[in-house]
Write a protein that binds this ligand. Structure first.
Ligand code: ADP
Ligand code: MG
Ligand code: ZN
Length: 561
């Protein structure tokens, strides 16, 4: 390529943005784009994707069109560019007819280097008309994973992009950018945009300034308030999975005097954008939100992300967590885990009207997300492995890396679990396997004569809950897998055999930290029955015997076996 174009790009980086060097991946992408090669760029959230089209826009002749899914953010993005003296504008439905036609004529007069639009606009006749009067050099598709049904944020309007590109009469360069690195998504993008493997540029996915932590078995509310109290002057996002939960957390924090805003899909457009603005401009330090919040927001000083609930996939998790520390400063990503969240997500998958194949995939992804919470490996390493980047390097600071518990040899116990799974011919789920091993006198175990199995009661010194947790760890490390259904059964994997044969040993961290016990559903159910009995016997309403809350609290402390 002409050397001077790249030099020019380098100069712009310094003179306009004030940065000395391109980041990993930026140079490669920009080089291709300046060479007129259609390219897919995959970089983690916060990795610096915007520059990959903004700088070429300044070097190339004509206009760069930026397709972005979020109308609510276009103004902010364009304002930010204008502040850097970059001539940019946007066209979307928030503009009056008058304003729109003024902008259109200015675009035609060549006043702007960058024009942001939402995909819905591409097929408007007036937009087509506009295109015929300008020179388009580059089309940048931001958040390009929205094109793929396999992505976690599919948008039907994004599908029209590829046909629109095919019909366009000018020769333009296409750059698709995303943080979603899964094979399926990348494959879809290549198909839709006719881009070869060699023009897919993926950078490393590691985010060295982030510290990942998984907290299991904590009282979420208590944890959250203590955590937030210790970070009063910092900006952070709390993600919860439902609107209701978002509102509850918001109310609670508000009444405890925290400087907080909230955001979810059930709020009015204007409320949402007001709250988003308040957060971006540091008027609210904390925002409590569903996953509807955050895409495309470039707030550099987010110091922590707190996941109150389990996200459904690792890509969704990493994208959300990645919104911390865009400025490169150290930031924390804390996930509060409870088994109930796995059940909730499974339920949602089951309820969705997706095809069986699709559901199966979603269960699998949920399992991999759950694995993140049970793994013994370095959490950053786990994520990188998920994205196909295998490394032996550990981050040295995640909650697993700093774990002080002693590693104990659990090969024998793992063999007991595997044998049980084998003996029941992979037909049962986690609970049943755990019940067999602890020698439970549960009805079903007797009915199915599972108490005759040779492994029955072999782990009777363990609680059923600990065995279940041990199975979770074995799944996270891929010694076991669960089938992709709402009632998953446990199966052996390729990795199992070596342990069964005694060729490989298995060490598990003994957690020394005292844990607050989880609520136990079966115990809770039994207590409810008891309450019912008492209430009929004494002719008083059940809630006057014991509240649900009390029962839940009690259920934490009653041993199951
Ligand atoms: P992404 O879209 O990939 O999530 P952004 O494009 O919003 O990320 O960039 C994230 C942050 O990184 C921004 O604050 C941006 O200014 C900064 N940044 C981008 N490129 C560089 C660079 N070469 N040097 C330093 N900072 C950069
Ligand atoms: Mg971006
Ligand atoms: Zn680590």
């Amino acid at each position: 390529m002409e050397k001077n174009k790249l030099q020019l790009a380098q100069e712009k980086l310094k003179s306009i943005y004030g940065y000395d060097q391109f980041r990993d991946g930026q140079r490669g992408i920009i080089e291709k784009v300046l060479d007129g090669i259609d390219t897919i760029g995959i970089m983690p959230t916060g990795g610096g994707k915007s520059l990959c089209y903004q700088i070429p826009a300044l070097v190339l002749p004509g206009v760069t069109l930026v397709i972005s899914p979020l109308i609510s953010l276009m103004k902010d993005q364009v304002d930010a560019l204008n502040e850097l003296n970059i001539p940019a504008t946007y066209l979307n439905s928030t503009l009056s007819a008058n304003e729109e036609s003024t902008r259109q004529s200015r675009i035609i007069e060549g006043e702007y280097k960058l024009v942001y639009v939402a995909p819905e606009r591409l097929n408007h006749p007036s937009f087509q008309h506009l295109l015929n009067q300008i020179t388009l050099s580059l089309v940048a598709i931001d958040e390009a994973h929205c094109m793929s049904q396999w992505g976690h944020d599919f948008r039907p309007s994004y599908l029209s992009i590829s046909s629109w590109l095919e019909e366009i009469s000018q020769r333009v360069t296409v750059l698709a950018l995303t943080a979603t690195a899964t094979k399926q998504v990348c494959f879809d993008l290549q198909q839709f945009l006719h881009i070869d493997e060699q023009n897919v540029i993926t950078t490393g996915f590691e985010r060295t300034n982030l510290t990942f932590q998984v907290k299991k078995g904590v009282n979420k509310q208590k944890f959250m308030t203590t955590f937030l109290a210790s970070r009063k002057n910092e900006s952070g996002i709390i993600y919860a999975s439902t609107r209701k939960e978002v509102e509850q957390i918001y109310d609670e924090l508000k009444s405890s005097g925290f400087d907080v805003a909230c955001y979810h899909g059930g709020m009015s457009e204007s409320q949402r954008s007001a709250n988003q603005e308040a957060f971006i401009h540091d008027e609210a330090k904390i925002i409590v939100a569903t996953n509807a919040f955050g895409m495309g927001i470039d707030k550099s000083n987010v110091r922590y992300i707190l996941h109150y609930n389990l996200p459904r996939t690792v890509e969704a998790y990493y994208q959300e967590a990645g919104r911390a520390g865009r400025d490169g400063e150290a930031s924390d990503c804390v996930l509060l885990f409870s088994p109930q969240d796995v059940r909730t997500q499974s339920f949602l998958i089951e309820q969705s009207d997706r095809s069986d194949d699709r559901q199966e995939l979603e269960y699998k992804k949920l399992q991999q997300m759950t694995g993140f919470c049970h793994t013994e490996r370095c959490l950053q390493q786990y994520i990188l492995h998920y994205f196909g980047e295998d490394t032996n390097k550990t981050c040295g600071k995640c909650s697993n890396c700093v774990q002080t518990g002693e590693k104990v040899d659990r090969t024998k116990e793992a063999q007991m679990v595997f044998s049980t799974v084998k003996r029941v011919r992979e037909r049962f789920g986690k609970t049943m396997i755990a019940q067999i091993l602890v020698g439970s006198s549960n009805q079903k175990v007797k009915q199915l004569q599972l108490n005759n199995l040779s492994t029955y009661g072999l782990m009777k010194d363990w609680t059923q809950k600990d065995v279940a947790e041990f199975i979770d760890i074995l799944m996270a490390e891929e010694y076991l897998r669960a089938t992709g259904t709402s009632y998953p059964t446990i199966q052996l994997t390729e990795k199992t055999l070596a342990v069964l044969k005694g060729e490989e040993q298995l060490f598990v961290t003994e957690t020394l930290a005292p844990k607050e016990p989880e609520e136990q559903d079966d115990v809770f159910e039994a207590l409810r029955q008891l309450r019912k009995q008492l209430s009929t016997e004494n002719n008083i309403p059940p809630y006057m015997v014991f509240s649900d809350r009390t029962l839940k609290e009690m259920s934490r402390y009653i041993p199951t076996t």
